[in-house]
Design a protein around this ligand. Structure first.
Ligand code: OGA
Ligand code: NI
Length: 352
């Protein structure tokens, strides 16, 4: 049976790379139509200088306008002058890298395919459960408010909690600032979601994509949009591709710009905007030789707080196009569906 074969790949919780395989096992092979070309053109990235948000009203409104254009046209953009030091970003990437280098038994303490766990280590998405497996190892943990969660994070490597904790706290602050700017760019009050996001969920996902002997056959992550309001992604090297809906759905490689952070509009901001902003569909591709590390911080409302289209954006010509949903609704969906199968997309279940 197919699933027996897959679960065998993961009986020890090790990635195929750690098992030193020279080829990609069948359970990692994606169908031919989904295979990456490995020479996708570079994506055009709107690069937004956040310094303008803090200078004065005219500069702020210029930045708000560029955010609006990027969210309508692309569903993603990159930011500079975001206030997070390069040194801190490097420390967070190193802490993640060191965690993935720990002996398997250390990492296995956190191993689970239960998507509702607040701290979870795994390979692929739900290892041993989903039909196709992806060439990724990850550690996910909740991070806001930090004091509620940090004691459940790994104690090893010794600097993990401090470095990842400081990074998480800074990113949470940045997410609040961006939320203000994005709601303002929709014509809503910049404080529209402030309190809810302050108390909202922050999920830190550290991704490790090991070198792959046949990167043309498999993926690190399948095409998906993030369930979040917004995602702040720090990538150590290139490997992220976005689907350009205004270029026939072509896959484009997102360049790595030193010091910049990648922002994704997630499903819940698409819902808030009633479809004016689109959550970006993206995937991770692999490299023959290099391990790639990325850290995604996904920000949403509280676990049971439902995101609805903003009533200010609805009228007779723009009827409500999405139903409300919470982070817990997404987790229940993820637990029940195999998102790698392509026909299971959380956002589609919300469309009216
Ligand atoms: C994610 C994600 C992309 C990457 O974690 O949701 O899309 O480049 N990561 O690792
Ligand atoms: Ni993603």
């Amino acid at each position: 049976m197919e699933s027996d074969k897959c679960s065998k790949c993961f009986s020890t919780g090790q990635s195929a790379q750690e098992e030193q395989l020279a080829h990609v096992p069948d359970c990692y092979e994606v169908p031919p139509a989904q295979r990456p070309s490995l020479n996708s053109p570079q994506a055009h990235v709107p690069l937004i200088d956040l310094a303008g948000l803090r200078i004065g009203p005219p500069q702020r409104s210029t930045v708000i306008q560029s955010i609006r254009e990027a969210c309508i046209r692309f569903g993603f953009f990159q930011i500079i002058n975001h206030g997070i030091d390069q040194a801190l970003m490097d420390k967070a990437l190193s802490a993640a890298d060191e965690f993935f280098h720990l002996p398997t038994n250390e990492k296995m303490k956190f191993m689970s395919s239960d998507v509702h766990k607040p701290v979870r280590y795994g390979t692929s998405i739900k290892d041993g459960v989903d039909k196709i497996q992806y060439w990724r190892v990850f550690l996910k943990h909740y991070a806001n408010p930090l004091n509620d969660w940090i004691l459940s994070w790994p104690e090893s490597p010794p600097n993990y909690r401090e470095d990842m904790g400081t990074y998480s706290r800074e990113v949470q602050k940045l997410a609040l600032e961006l939320t203000g700017a994005i709601t303002e760019s929709l014509g809503l009050n910049p404080k529209y979601l402030n309190e809810k996001m302050k108390q909202g969920m922050q999920v830190i996902v550290t991704n490790c994509y090991p070198p792959c002997p046949q990167p043309c056959l498999t993926l690190g992550l399948p095409p998906h949009s993030d369930y979040s309001c917004l995602t702040i992604l720090l990538q150590g090297s290139p490997g992220l591709e976005v689907k350009d809906m205004q270029d026939g759905g072509a896959w484009k490689l997102v360049p790595h710009i030193d010091g910049a952070l990648q922002i994704h509009i997630g499903d819940h901001f698409e819902v808030l905007s009633n479809g004016v902003y689109k959550s970006v569909v993206h995937r991770a591709i692999l490299d023959y030789e290099k391990t790639r590390i990325s850290i995604a911080s996904l920000h949403s409302l509280g676990l049971d707080d439902k995101m609805e289209p903003a009533i200010q954006l609805l009228d007779q010509d723009h009827p409500k196009a999405y139903k409300g949903s919470s982070f817990r609704d997404f987790l229940d969906f993820l637990s029940a569906n195999d998102i790698g199968q392509g026909n299971f997309c959380f956002l589609d279940t919300l469309k009216i």
